[in-house]
Ligand binder design. Sequence first.
Ligand code: NAD
Length: 571
Amino acid sequence: MNHSTPKEALLKNLQIGLGKARPVKAPTGTTLHCKGWHQEAALRMLCNNLDPANGENPDELIVYGGFGKAARNWECFDALVRSLLVLENDETLLVQSGKPAGILKTYPHTPRVLIANANIVPYWANWATFRKLDQQGLMMYGQMTAGSWIYIGTQGILQGTYETFAALAKKHFDSDLSGKIVLTGGLGGMGGAQPLSVTMNNGVTICVEIDPQRIQRRIDTKYLDTSTPDLDTAIAMAREAAEAKKPLSIGLMANTAEALPRMIEKGFIPDVVTDQTSAHDELNGYVPTGISLAEALTLRKTDPDQYIDRAMDAMAIHCRAILDMMKKGAIAFDYGNNLRGQALKRGVTDAMDYPGFVPAYVRHLFCDGEGPFRWAALSGDPEDIRVTDEALMEAFPHKKHMVRWLKMAGEKIAHMGLPARICWLGYGERDKAGKLFNDLVASGRVKAPLVIGRDHLDCGSVASPYRETEGMKDGSDAVGDWALLNCMVNVASGASWVSFHDGGGVGIGNALHAGQVTLADGTPEAEVRVTTVLRNDPGTGIIRHADAGYQRARDVASERGVKLPMLNMFP
Ligand code: NAD
């Protein structure tokens, strides 16, 4: 007979103390292993980030985005789990770059976990310093949702990517991509959302990816239709599908910096060109030309300087090819991986001639306080997500685009790890949804608590001059105060855990960003916390954009009651 307590069983299941790689799965159901649901939620979401069904390379604690990690090393993972298990309901755990550094006495309604990842004093904030600190075991790259424990698989980016291609279609192609060919690179954790997003918009896409395993993973999870290692075959398939106006996604196993110039030589110019290889990281992300993937992985370790040199050269070639395609008629945009910034450093002086995706297609949404609202069912039961989908469609029937997305997502998206969902909601909508979810837990219609969080790519949470804050109206692209204010607001509002990172999708020194995750466990206390956090978090986005001079954000502030002292707006 087994007499172990839930906590003992969990320690055994997760092999806590092993100090090295092992398969990790989040506990599910209604049994509490920690001293409260906030801690339990953090523990489950940390484990979920490392679930092999969810994270990209969990053995190395890598979740996505180059080497965005959930914990600094396996000893730290063990210590994080142990810390969360003993954490009291009036204590806060401090996590410094993936390591549990200490536990302090706070209040029941303050965050249970505070996380800081990869922050370096600005003068030294570059990859060289980071890598030195990383090698000394002093830091970890947190990306956005990797180190802040709210990664929900490729779905997390699918909706945003779908929205971006929909906005592009609206702007350039009469709201439909049918008959159009989109060329892109990278089928990793985030980039893997591109093929399905294009076909959901009725288009055809060629996605160039060097790693056959990544291609297979996207085919297995139905994000990608087919693949070939042959460039001519890929072009022929794409042209045929576009002619027939049939949606199709093709993975081309090749190096982007080799494939794109060859396409130009052959006279193939797509309708749209972009990229989501891990260009933000020239050592652990982008693969140089002239070597196989296996050789590249070895070179990373044996001669990092040579690797970086070659990767930077390849990125310059890649960016030049995108510029050439643009000159020959393709619509080009940067997809948030800093390829342009890297190429600029390598002498491509016109790298910034094509825009980033935020100023091109997303900024107007930020002015409405719109951003990625995601949630996960701690029960582990997909039925809980179905119930929440239904509730949202009922609560926001006028958001037709969102309703269409939720229906499509329910039918097409396989859950990776804990069942989860994402949709974009604006200021005034997110707190309404938070209350709705808390009510669903309270009434028992959802079987266990839900966590509600977001990516750091949001309206108020990030300062990133090559991405979210590129080309701000008042020139405030590099002002980092806004991201810090957003972080502090989320702490003050009572999120369950709050994080502040440097680097994200564009690399060390290029972005500062904050994240929050908040629990809805059906209690009145949780109702206050979710509604406060989910009102104020996008509220900082309205304030930030109104301050920068965007009239739409000022209108939203005045319509929905956000106080703006400098504009004498006190509704
Ligand atoms: P990832 O590391 O999981 O995947 C990157 C993929 O690119 C890998 O599969 C790798 O094999 C492939 N690759 C690298 N160099 C290549 C080359 N030269 N040719 C062909 N394939 C190559 O990263 P991810 O999570 O998919 O993110 C991709 C990039 O997009 C990152 O830079 C990330 O920061 C950025 N990003 C953008 C957004 C956004 O909203 N636009 C969001 C998150 C991340």
